[in-house]
Design a protein around this ligand. Structure first.
Ligand SMILES: Nc1ncnc2c1ncn2[C@@H]1O[C@H](COP(=O)(O)OP(=O)(O)OP(=O)(O)O)[C@@H](O)[C@H]1O
Ligand SMILES: [Mg+2]
Length: 291
């Protein structure tokens, strides 16, 4: 795994100054790193913003490593990270928690089970909000409150006012252009430092394939790097849907190619996920010319 980023001294100092002290709470939520940045500035900017308590928004296509990037920040800051996935059925309870009946000395009492937002704020950890543009309009005011610079919200279920502990930080991700997503509401976007997360290419991608997949054959790895560049170009030119260039799918194809022929691996991992025949033919032709 890639852990040595050669960060500038001032950024290493910032990380050391903001690292969470070792305690036993939520150790299992400290994530594993491994993100390979297309440029070191992505990491520098994210670390700088988080160290100042600013929210960051990772914006990029599917399979570009946004979640991996957030996990890497959790690992670098040694901060546990709660996470929320903003599907359409995300409601206030799945953010804040819920009330339930519990027993104490055989007596019934109402207990509040904290959700990811309350836990992250009370414990001063990171909070990852995935696909934040998928949140329902009714849920947005709650999320806006969490992002507010005052870092204070009222828990609608207990009426308790929660002020975030030091260390609380929000990292959100959006997949712009993804089917089913709505453009990010301006008030929401306004509360973030935005970091574009593009697909990695060339040497960086080669390094990632070597360290993260079962494929070892150098020539085949080079061909996959070329295939990825061609796919990304075709997406930019509008010839292919965005997910055709997903690094996630490419890594799957590389893994399978350690056992089965690359062309079949590409078929299973990339081609057969595309909706239009024209697109499938396009990628098959690309694979035929390379492999
Ligand atoms: N730059 C990168 N560095 C490290 N891993 C990467 C990178 N790009 C893609 N990957 C790998 O590709 C896979 C998908 O990455 P990840 O889940 O972080 O993407 P994502 O941008 O969050 O996608 P989605 O929008 O679909 O949630 C993971 O296995 C991840 O390790
Ligand atoms: Mg993700």
């Amino acid at each position: 795994m890639i852990t040595d980023y050669n960060l500038p001294d001032n950024i290493v100092d910032i990380l050391n100054a903001n690292k969470r002290e070792d305690d036993d709470t939520f150790q299992e939520l400290i994530r594993q790193g491994g993100y390979v940045p297309p440029h070191i500035n992505l990491l520098i900017d994210a670390i700088s913003a988080l160290s100042m308590g600013k929210n960051i928004l990772l914006k990029g296509p599917t399979g570009a490593g946004k979640t991996k990037f957030a996990e890497t920040l959790s690992s670098l800051f040694h901060q546990p990270m709660f996470s929320i996935n903003c599907s359409v059925d995300l409601d206030a309870e799945s953010l804040m928690g819920f009330k339930t009946l519990a027993y104490q000395d055989e007596k019934q009492k109402i207990e509040f089970v904290p959700g990811p937002v309350t836990s992250a704020m009370n414990d001063g950890t990171f909070l990852y909000i995935d696909e934040i543009n998928m949140a329902k309009p009714e849920t947005l005011p709650l999320i806006n409150g969490v992002l507010d610079y005052r870092r204070t919200i009222t828990n609608p279920f207990t009426n308790e006012i929660i002020t975030a502990e030091k260390g609380f930080n929000v990292i959100a991700a959006i997949n712009e252009g993804y089917v089913g997503t709505v453009p990010l509401n301006e008030a929401l976007k306004n509360r973030f430092i935005v970091i574009d997360v593009p697909y990695i290419e060339g040497e960086d991608l080669k390094q990632l394939i070597e360290s993260n997949t079962k494929l070892t054959d150098k020539t085949t790895i080079d061909l996959f790097v070329t295939l990825s560049t061609d796919l990304i170009r075709a997406v930019y030119q509008g010839k292919l849907a965005e997910d055709a260039a997903s690094i996630r799918a490419l890594l799957d194809a590389c893994d399978l190619s350690a056992i089965i022929p690359p062309k079949r691996a590409i078929l299973r991992s990339i081609v057969d996920k595309l909706d239009e025949e024209r697109e499938r033919e396009f990628v098959k032709n690309l694979a035929d010319t390379l492999f």
